[in-house]
Design a protein around this ligand. Structure first.
Ligand code: HEM
Length: 393
């Protein structure tokens, strides 16, 4: 590649995969824009960076979450940006509160959201699948998980879209992001105060009751974790559902197979995760001088681990640009690797399963409604902003 790749350039956002293939081939460790950050693109190198928390610090994520124009973002104090041993302790306590028993409780609510979507469908109608189902499913899950007022679900998209845009925000977007953070923090503090006064069977009450070596979590610690859940658990799943719909409309033969055989739903979800990972890039910084493939990276260097490139690495996934339901190995790095492996992976898969089952159990099917896909602006997440489709019988 003769010039430096800009990860945020519109043509790269629209289809990064040919650019990543070129990086894997000719410059697997190289500088890219914005900001001359170093990118690693081969599967083994991405896995190494994510796995080796001694050498690659998660605090590198500050660059994406707390740029100089932003004075405050509670998410930078969350487990996502902690290194061991601090991370190990804090993750143990939040994961206890975030146990798998949340899934059976949430499933009936998600199925109800699915039924509401089906009831609104009429033959020939055009709809934005993103607004109609890809947002409501994770919004329902997170609202229930956090015990938030369902009436506030409409705000979720705005709140979380603000976080994920931080690293790529234009000057005009900055004031809106600052205001959103203040608004959300204030709201979450009110929820915490309410649960302190009257505990319920929900995550916030469990976090308040939790103890590490006999010590309770502080209010800022709880706020930062709730910020993380909203940002990490919502937009990512919306993007996954939108990506699934786009694959159905781009590949009618895949859609037909999954409709004919519901047992293929889990394999379909795994292949969507590999093919279009919504957590596109993870950021780390180098703690001590290191060399990858002969390239010296001094301490302090920022590294972008290109998860989405790793998932298309031909050394690991033969014919990687083909969406293949029958792939022998499907699991890529979509939920991360090592210490920070996604805490919500089981929940995300459960949400996706319910969403996909809605799409495959209908008498009709969906077609792309002809509007050009538009991708979000974010350094770390990638997904469609809207997903216009037509329902045909
Ligand atoms: C398709 C959906 C999802 C994808 C692709 C995804 C992906 C990821 C990835 C790649 C990481 C690691 C980031 C890194 O190493 O820097 C991560 C971490 C995390 N995810 Fe997810 N995630 C999804 C859904 C969820 C959901 C539904 C929740 C919870 C409601 C969640 C909660 C978290 C948390 C708390 C972490 C931080 C774990 C830690 O730092 O120890 N995620 N996720």
């Amino acid at each position: 590649m003769s010039h430096r790749l800009n990860l945020l350039a519109p043509e790269v956002r629209a289809n990064p995969y040919p650019y990543y293939a070129e990086l894997r081939r000719s410059a697997p460790v190289c500088q890219v824009d914005p900001g001359g950050i170093w990118a690693v693109s081969r599967y083994d190198d991405v896995a190494l960076v994510l796995k080796n928390a001694e050498l690659f610090s998660a605090k590198g994520g500050r660059i994406a979450l707390l740029p100089p124009w932003l004075d405050r973002n509670p998410m930078v104090d969350s487990i996502l940006l902690m290194d061991p041993p601090e991370h190990t302790k804090a993750r143990a306590i939040v994961s206890r509160a975030f146990s798998t028993r949340v899934i059976p409780r949430i499933e009936p609510l998600l199925r109800a959201a699915g039924r509401g979507f089906v009831e609104r469908l009429t033959p020939g109608c055009e709809l934005d699948f993103c607004a109609e189902l890809a947002v409501p499913i994770p919004a329902t899950a997170i609202a229930d998980l956090l015990g938030l007022d369902p009436a506030l679900r409409a705000h979720f998209k705005r709140w979380t879209a603000a976080f994920v845009a931080i690293a790529a925000a234009t000057p005009e977007m900055r004031e809106g992001i600052r205001t959103t953070i203040v608004e959300l923090e204030q709201y979450l503090r009110e929820v915490i105060a309410a649960r302190r006064a009257a505990p319920r069977d929900d995550l916030v009450s469990e976090l308040l009751a939790a103890r590490i070596d006999g010590v309770a979590l502080t209010e800022p610690e709880i706020v930062s974790f709730l910020f993380l859940l909203l940002a990490a658990g919502f937009e990512t799943t919306t993007h996954l559902l939108n990506a699934a719909m786009k694959i159905f409309t781009d590949h009618p033969e895949v859609y037909a197979r999954v409709r004919a055989d519901p047992a293929l739903v889990p394999a379909f979800i795994e292949e969507v995760l590999r093919f279009e990972p919504s957590a596109h890039i993870a950021i780390r910084h180098v703690k001590a001088d290191v060399e990858i493939r002969g390239v010296k990276l001094p301490a302090g260097t920022l590294v972008a681990a290109l998860i989405s490139s790793a998932n298309r690495d031909e050394q690991v996934f033969p014919d990687p640009d083909r969406f293949d339901l029958d792939r022998e190995r499907q699991v890529g790095l979509s939920f991360g690797y090592g210490a920070h492996f996604c805490l919500g992976a089981a929940l995300a898969r459960a949400e996706a399963k319910i969403g996909i089952e809605v799409l495959t159990s209908l008498p009709g099917r969906f077609e792309w409604a002809g509007r050009a896909p538009e991708w979000n602006i974010s350094l770390t997440l990638r997904g469609l902003k809207e997903c216009w489709v037509r329902y045909v019988l």
